[in-house]
Design a protein around this ligand. Structure first.
Ligand code: COA
Length: 372
């Protein structure tokens, strides 16, 4: 029998070591503050930082971009297979299947060296946006759009989904959201990826499992639910009544609260600025006003600050993106953090196998089936 402390949901438990990111003293990736990265960096530079442990030189970034561009192609048979999946199947389920399918075409599937895993991570970074955009457009009966090698990661995603090259402002807003979504230490999906990796399984299996964990509304799925809530509220005039009623009914308000940030999510603060700017440009100031009313009341009544999903849902809406794309876009970014964790776990592995506290009966007398 174990006498160790039990923490439901592993709250507050240090479940492993990492040099990839910390939330202590403000969120930092590899020691760089998220505010600096959001202000001065690009998503692919951040992905390089996470995967390689250092910021790239100009030459290293150029090499990384070249490998990324070369990998930006998904086998035709996979695209054809995605077409066979019934239309009612959700985008996250299809993406989970699509990532599993691209693993079958990866020549380095069983190479779990650091170089092999980085190469596979770059392939996933390049191919996941293609899977997301392809499935989205095929469900609407639209022609698929190939990635444009001259566009940035953020611009390419928007281009492949919408068919339009985004303005600089839209591209930057998308890029910052991807930077902010890229990594967040031992959240549920990352921990899932590390558990799978700890059994010496392959990096694709770890990422596919992580996608499954991210899909849930308490984790990545929250950004889609946020938009559904805003649609339900409808107008700024209705916001106060709606939120007071929802709180009185003990409804869980998506986009608020966080397991580890109890006084505020720094990512939400950063993204709110981009949200405001884009709302003005796209004439969505009413929606910003409505969100402000809700935010003020949830903070005042419940002491729950917004998390990143609160502004990101609006930002994606202002970018003209449909709700079902929101959590897949989170995957397109977070795959960089998940892969960095799989690589770190492989480099210093010990099987993750905790204990449980047993609450069932003991000492039951076995009765043969005929006597039950
Ligand atoms: C993220 C989350 C799961 C973390 O929660 P947690 O640390 O497990 O905290 P709990 O679920 O135990 O909640 C603690 C209390 O705060 C309340 N609470 C937490 N988040 C809430 C929310 N978004 N809306 C209303 N109440 C909330 C709970 O009802 C509970 O109240 P109680 O003690 O009166 O029962 C939770 O805040 C949540 O569900 N948020 C909404 C989903 C979301 O935005 N997820 C994205 C996270 S980045």
């Amino acid at each position: 029998m174990t006498t160790e402390a039990y923490h439901p949901g592993l709250e507050g438990v240090i479940a492993g070591e990492t040099a990839i990111s910390t939330i202590e003293g403000g969120l930092q990736y590899r020691g760089y503050s998220i505010a600096d990265l959001a202000e001065h960096s690009t998503f692919l530079e951040v992905a390089y930082l996470l995967l390689h442990g250092k910021l790239p030189s100009e030459e290293e970034l150029a090499d990384f971009l070249a490998i990324y561009s070369e990998s930006a192609e998904v086998d035709d048979s996979i695209i054809e297979f995605l077409r066979q999946i019934p239309l009612h199947v959700g985008a996250m389920d299809v993406l989970r299947t699509g990532i599993s399918a691209i693993s079958h075409f990866d020549p380095q599937l069983d190479d779990d060296s650091e170089g092999g895993n980085i190469a596979k991570a770059v392939r996933m970074l390049a191919q996941i946006p293609i899977l997301i955009a392809a499935r989205y457009r095929m469900t609407l009966g639209m022609d698929l759009i190939e990635p444009d090698p001259d566009l940035s990661f953020a611009a390419n995603i928007l281009y492949m989904i919408t068919g339009k090259c985004p303005s600089e402002q839209r591209e930057r807003a998308m890029d910052v959201s991807l930077i902010l979504y890229a990594e967040h230490e031992f959240n549920a999906s990352t921990f899932t990826a590390r558990v799978v990796t700890s059994t010496q399984s392959d990096i694709y299996s770890a990422i596919v499992a992580a996608v499954g964990a991210l899909k849930g509304p308490l984790h990545g799925g929250a950004n889609e639910r946020v938009m559904e809530v805003l649609e339900e509220v409808g107008s700024p005039d209705n916001a106060e009544d709606w939120i007071r009623d929802a709180l009185a009914k003990k409804r869980r308000i998506m986009g608020f609260g966080h397991r580890v940030y109890k006084t505020g999510d720094p990512r939400a603060v950063i993204l709110k600025r981009y949200c405001g700017e884009l709302a003005e440009k796209t004439r969505n100031l009413e929606l910003e006003k409505m969100a402000d009313v809700i935010e003020g009341i949830v903070v005042e009544e419940k002491g729950l600050p917004p998390n990143l999903d609160w502004p990101s849902a609006r930002l994606y809406h202002y970018l003209g993106l449909d709700v079902e794309l929101y959590t897949p876009l989170f995957v397109a970014s977070r795959v960089s953090g998940w892969a960095a964790h799989a690589i770190e776990q492989t480099a210093n592995n010990r099987l993750i196998r905790p204990r449980s506290r047993y609450t069932g009966p003991t000492g039951q007398r076995f009765l043969p089936i005929s006597g039950r």
